[in-house]
Design a protein around this ligand. Structure first.
Ligand SMILES: Cc1cc2nc3c(=O)[nH]c(=O)nc-3n(C[C@H](O)[C@H](O)[C@H](O)COP(=O)(O)OP(=O)(O)OC[C@H]3O[C@@H](n4cnc5c(N)ncnc54)[C@H](O)[C@@H]3O)c2cc1C
Length: 304
C-alpha cells in the first residue's frame, strides 16, 4: 500500500514525487514511457529560472536523478483506470497490474492533437511525425513541412531548419501565436518558407510513405501541391483524461478542473499540463507538482 501513487513522470509528476518523498511518504511513480515527459523532447530550454540554457533531455535526466536519489519506487506501465474503494484508491494498468494507494496524483500531461485528415493515423512513422527532435534526423537534407502556429511549431521548425534542405511552415492564420523571438529567428533562415494562411487538406503517398501535401490557401481558396518527405504536426495538445472521468472533474475541453492545490476529487489530485489552466509550461508544471504533493500530504495527515 502506497501513500501516494503519482501517474506520469514528466516535470509535474517528478516534482510531486520529490516533494512527497521529502515529506517521508511512500510513493509509487508510474510512467508509461520515459522520464521527463514532453520536456525531454525540447532541443533547448532557456526559460527555466536558474538554468540559462539546457537540453531538454539533460534537464529531464537531472530531474529524474534527483527523485531517484530519494529511493522513489518506480514502475513502468500505462494507467488505464482509478477506482475508489473506501479509503483506498486502485490504479490499474494496461499491463494488468493494480496498485493500491491512499491518494493519487494524476500528472498525465497532454498528447499531440491530430489534424483529423483521412489516412493520418496510417502515415504516422511513414512521413508523419509529432516530434522533430525524435525524427528530424531521418529527413536530413530533404524537404519537410511543419504545420502549426504556436511555440512548439516554431521550435520544431527552427530545429528542422538546421537539419533539412527546405522547411515549409504552414499555419492556418496569417499571424503565428508563438514567441516573437522564435518567429524572427525563423524568418531569418534562408531555407525556411512560411505559408500562411494555409491549411493541409490531404496527403499523397508513394509506396505507403508521405510524398506530398495538398494545401488550400484560406484567402482565395486556391489549392497547391507541396512535395515533402515529412510533415511534422504541431497543432496543440489535448489531455488523455477521459478514462479517469469517474474520479475527476473535467472541463468541457477534457482538462481536469482543480484549484491551486490540484485537488479534483476526494484524494485525487492533478498537476501539470492535464490541469485546466492558461499557461502550460515547465515552470507551471513544476509549481503544480509541488502544490499537489503538499496538498496530498495534508489530505493523508487529515485522514489518519
Ligand atoms: C518540443 C517541446 C518543447 C518544449 N519546450 C519548452 C520550453 O522550452 N520551456 C517550457 O517552459 N516548456 C516547454 N515545453 C512544454 C513543457 O514541456 C510542458 O509544459 C511540460 O512538460 C508539462 O509537464 P507535465 O509533467 O504536466 O506533462 P508531460 O511533460 O506531458 O508529462 C506527462 C507524463 O505522463 C506520462 N503519462 C501519460 N499518460 C500516462 C498513463 N496513462 N500512464 C502512465 N504514464 C502516463 C507521459 O508518458 C509523460 O511522461 C515544451 C514542450 C514540447 C513538446
Amino acid at each position: 500500500m502506497y501513500d501516494i501513487i503519482i501517474v506520469g513522470a514528466g516535470p509535474a509528476g517528478l516534482t510531486a514525487a520529490l516533494y512527497a518523498r521529502r515529506n517521508g511518504k511512500r510513493v509509487l511513480l508510474l510512467e508509461k514511457e520515459g522520464f521527463g515527459g514532453q520536456i525531454a523532447l525540447a532541443p533547448l530550454v532557456e526559460n527555466y529560472p536558474g538554468i540559462p540554457s539546457i537540453r531538454g533531455e539533460a534537464l529531464a535526466e537531472q530531474m529524474a536523478a534527483q527523485v531517484m536519489d530519494l529511493d522513489t519506487e518506480v514502475e513502468f506501465g500505462t494507467a488505464v483506470s482509478v477506482e475508489t474503494r473506501g479509503d483506498v484508491k486502485l490504479v490499474a494498468t494496461e499491463e494488468g497490474e493494480v496498485y493500491q494507494g491512499r491518494a493519487v496524483i494524476l500528472a498525465l500531461g497532454a498528447r499531440h492533437r491530430a489534424l483529423g485528415l483521412p489516412g493520418e493515423a496510417e502515415l504516422l512513422g511513414r512521413g508523419l511525425s509529432c516530434c522533430a527532435v525524435c525524427d528530424g534526423a531521418f529527413y536530413a537534407d530533404q524537404d519537410v513541412a511543419v504545420v502549426g502556429g504556436g511555440d512548439s511549431a516554431l521550435q520544431e521548425a527552427l530545429l528542422l531548419a538546421g537539419i533539412c534542405r527546405r522547411v515549409y511552415v504552414i499555419h492556418r492564420r496569417e499571424q503565428f501565436r508563438g514567441d516573437r523571438t522564435k518567429q524572427q529567428a525563423l524568418r531569418e533562415k534562408e531555407n525556411v518558407e512560411i505559408l500562411t494562411p494555409m491549411e493541409v487538406q490531404g496527403f499523397e503517398t508513394r509506396e505507403g510513405e508521405l510524398s506530398a501535401l495538398q494545401l488550400r490557401d484560406r484567402t482565395d481558396g486556391q489549392t497547391r501541391r507541396l512535395e515533402v518527405r515529412a510533415l511534422f504536426v504541431s497543432v496543440g495538445r489535448e489531455p488523455a483524461l477521459s478514462g479517469f472521468a469517474n474520479v475527476l472533474h473535467l472541463s468541457r475541453s477534457g482538462y481536469a478542473l482543480a484549484g491551486e492545490n490540484g485537488e479534483s476529487g476526494d484524494g485525487i489530485f492533478v498537476a501539470g499540463d492535464c490541469r485546466e489552466k492558461t499557461v502550460r509550461q515547465l515552470a507551471t508544471a513544476v509549481g503544480d507538482g509541488a502544490a499537489a504533493a503538499l496538498a496530498a500530504c495534508r489530505y493523508l495527515e487529515k485522514a489518519t
